[in-house]
Design a protein around this ligand. Sequence first.
Ligand SMILES: [Zn+2]
Length: 86
Amino acid sequence: MKKIKVVSYWLEIRSDDDSIEHEHESLVKIKNAIYRHVDNIDSCQIKTEVVSVCEYCGRNWTEDSDKYNACCEQDEMDQEKRLRLN
Ligand SMILES: [Zn+2]
């Protein structure tokens, strides 16, 4: 019979704004504290999940193209410039 065995737990920190990118240093401190204060920990890793967003407006990137997402005025202007150069 199948048994569900837990092999890891993780602490997930999410943020919709850019402040999450500054949290990595805090995670390193937490990780080091776990190794110092918790016994029988074989491995403690910081895992990162990423998403693609527009560099201008921050909306999710939904298109296959890496250059054009049709999400905001600046993205549209970049696309027009590229089309004019070709
Ligand atoms: Zn955009």
